[in-house]
Design a protein around this ligand. Structure first.
Ligand SMILES: O=P(O)(O)O[C@H]1O[C@H](CO)[C@@H](O[C@H]2O[C@H](CO)[C@@H](O)[C@H](O)[C@H]2O)[C@H](O)[C@H]1O
Length: 682
């Protein structure tokens, strides 16, 4: 008896992670897909992947981008560089909601044949074989049902021409070229071995989540009056309404108010962060909670809820959107302290430690211990947000989010956005990169950033490159030029030029920028030993006379107004990811551009803005700048027009250009780049 033949090994169920055509490193992706990449309506985003195949045959790659309504944008990707395999392309997201995308890789049979045929036929090798393969390929394409009828006819004709053996080979080969062929094959390539990546989710939010100009003021200061005996009467929601037309006239989109709730008496802070308040000192608005209530109540000095509602309606009537502060902490007088002592950490001696953000000490507030009653705290935080959302508030600036657990933020932003996708959260987290970026990854729509401390040319270039090209899939920095907590040395000692320079950088460097009131008045005196304004509005009323300052030339409100107008007129400035740095021979002159292709602009005309800034607020600088014209959408070697959007002056520029920027009269150029067929400034 013969032994039975051994059974063939069972086919393994293992499925390779790569498909027939490898598609790796798909982007945009956040932490390998753990978090959802972000976009905002109108944003032009880069999509792509690494796509290659074995051997020498050509590959191609396309983006398939599906909108919430199911329509699919199918766009060809191109190689980032001829020497590597990263494929990339831009697409614009145009409606809010859940989008998704995938990358399609394929063997590009036309490109493979065209390469082989052109080389071999010119060398007289396999000539008829090459024509036969070409005829076969075009015959196959002419039968593909997804192609328009005229294209199929064209391809059938080409197949027949390639199949004819008469005539010089070079002429016969010419049949397979021409604009009609390349256009058709660019839109609908000759694909085989088609492979798809997984679908990747993309969360697209409303435009104001990603682009807008913010202005911050303390309502209690507007209309505040000081009596001859030195005592103050607080401004109110009603008196603060008087400032709204001026904020709107400066071109801002969002009005942000520091906390508007009752302020505690216990451990109240006095002027200039002192611990011995004097009678009448109003206290820090972030010391939330008192006898009148907590986070769902308005400070009685400002009015009542109907006054708030009137104010909110006036904000909207002025074309602004209201942003409120969301600060999860409590004054010792907050109702929570008596009602929920378990939400705080009681020390062995029976006291509760005050909050800190080292080296800063917040003796007037208790931090919440999120681990003592996570469910209760989550429910209360959500209740508060829903309270204000019901009153029409759709934007929250979140105080110190990095001192609260990240999973709390992921949960609450998910809960709020599931019911109210239009709600926007700005993370005020000046902290280490990992927690700052973590907050953005788990859902914060906007983030404060390190911008205020990036002053030199190298720092600015690195910062702008990182926000536009490294963290752009998940983080949208809001470039505040100052805050009640931040008056940098650059601003303290750079005078008016410094204020203009920082405003230009912020307004043009990112689609989100912000100004805390007083900036336009060059308020630049710091409290000794602190990086913030002296006589800080956080601890006292501050009545400012904006009109008098303007009349006497001490205000830069006009320049801020112009900056916001330039932003509105130039859609390229409404984009985050299109900033590119150019060169200059002077370490104090930074040069960058923002370009938007015609297909993505509302009027169908390409928009290119070129910004040249003298970062030295103390002197005149002249130098040569060196431009990469490809980044401006211009052919190498061309000349073109530039029009200064501040002064209206126009120049003819090329790759290398002379600039002179006087910090005291004109520290920056914001140029609109015009092509020969286009007009000048707008
Ligand atoms: O800690 P940050 O630098 O991020 O600052 C934010 O949070 C602070 C705490 O809410 C807040 O500080 C202000 O309010 C405190 C509580 O009333 C008070 O003790 C501080 O002196 C005052 O600066 C800060 O304004 C806010 O931006």
């Amino acid at each position: 008896m013969t032994e039975p033949a051994p059974a063939a090994p069972a086919a393994s169920a293992f499925r390779p992670a790569v498909g027939r055509i490898p598609i790796l490193d798909v982007f945009p992706s956040v932490d390998g897909g753990r978090f959802t990449a972000k976009g905002y309506v109108g944003e032009v985003m880069p999509f792509g992947a690494t796509v290659f195949r074995e051997g020498h045959d050509a590959v191609g790659a396309h983006l398939e981008l599906e909108a919430p309504d199911g329509t699919v944008i199918d766009r060809p990707l191109t190689r980032t560089h001829s020497w590597d395999d990263e494929w990339r392309g831009l697409a614009q997201v145009t409606s809010p909601g859940r989008w998704r995308f995938r990358i399609r890789g394929y063997s590009d049979d036309y490109a493979t044949w065209e390469h082989n045929a052109s080389v071999k036929i010119a060398a007289g090798i396999d000539v008829e074989l090459m024509f036969a393969i070409g005829a076969q390929l075009f015959h196959r394409l002419s039968a593909e049902e997804h192609r328009p009828a005229d294209e199929r006819t064209l391809f059938a004709e080409i197949s027949a021409q390639l199949g004819e053996t008469a005539g010089p080979p070079a002429e016969r080969l010419g049949a397979a070229y021409g604009t009609r062929v390349t256009d058709a094959l660019r839109a609908r390539p000759a694909e085989s071995l088609v492979t798809h990546s997984d679908w990747h989710p993309l969360k697209v939010e409303r435009t104001l989540a990603g682009a807008g100009a913010w202005y911050e003021f303390f309502p209690r200061s507007i209309g505040a009056e000081q009596a001859p005996d030195g005592t103050w009467t607080s401004g109110t929601f009603r008196s603060a309404e008087s400032r709204l037309p001026e904020v709107a006239a400066m071109g801002f989109d969002v009005l942000y108010l520091p906390p508007i709730h009752p302020i505690g008496e216990a451990f109240r802070k006095g002027r200039n962060n002192t611990l011995d308040p004097q009678p009448g000192d109003p206290g820090s608005p972030w010391a939330i909670g008192g006898a009148a209530g907590g986070h769902d109540t308005v400070h009685p000095d400002l009015g009542d809820q109907s006054d708030f509602e009137h104010f909110a309606a006036e904000v909207a009537a002025n074309g602004l959107e209201l942003a409120l502060d969301f600060a999860l902490q409590a004054s010792p007088d907050h109702p929570w302290v008596a009602e929920h002592p378990e939400w705080f950490t009681t020390l062995p001696d029976g006291t509760i430690a005050y909050a800190e953000n080292p080296p800063k000490k917040y003796q007037d507030i208790y931090p919440i211990n999120f681990d003592n009653d996570p469910e209760g705290i989550r429910a209360e935080a959500l209740r508060i947000l829903e309270h204000w959302i019901a009153l029409g508030v759709k934007i929250f600036r979140v105080d110190n989010p990095h001192t609260k657990p990240l999973d709390f933020w992921e949960w609450i932003i998910h809960e709020v956005n599931s019911a109210h996708p239009e709600v926007v959260f700005l993370a005020e987290a000046f902290t280490r990169p990992a927690p700052m970026q973590g907050l953005a990854k788990v859902g914060f729509q906007q983030s404060y950033s390190y911008f205020t401390w990036r002053n030199t040319r190298t720092e600015i270039e690195e910062f702008f490159t990182s926000i536009s090209q490294e963290t752009d899939a998940f983080m949208r920095p809001n470039l505040f030029v100052n805050t009640p907590d931040i008056l940098t040395e650059y601003l303290q000692f750079g005078g008016r030029p410094a204020y203009l320079i920082r405003a230009v950088l912020a307004a043009t460097g990112a689609p989100l920028w912000g100004v805390y009131s007083g900036y336009e008045l060059i308020e630049n005196v710091a409290r000794p030993g602190a990086e913030e304004n002296i006589d800080n509005e956080k601890y006292e009323y501050k009545a400012r006379d904006y009109s008098a300052a303007e009349a006497s030339g001490l205000s830069i409100a006009q320049e801020i107004t112009r900056l916001n107008a330039i932003r509105r007129a130039h859609p390229a400035l409404g984009q985050l990811r299109n900033l590119r740095v150019h060169g200059s021979d002077d370490d104090a002159i930074v040069v960058y551009s923002k370009h938007l292709d015609a297909e993505f602009t509302p009027d169908g005309v390409a928009d290119t803005v070129l910004v040249v800034v003298n970062l030295d607020p103390h002197s005149v600088r002249e130098t040569t700048v060196h431009l990469d014209l490809s980044l401006l959408g211009l052919p190498a070697g061309s000349t073109f027009g530039v029009t200064d959007l501040f002064t209206g002056e126009s120049y003819e520029w090329s790759e290398h250009d002379y600039v002179r920027l006087d910090a005291f009269s004109r520290p920056a150029h914001i140029f609109h780049v015009t092509r020969p067929s286009e007009g000048g400034a707008s």
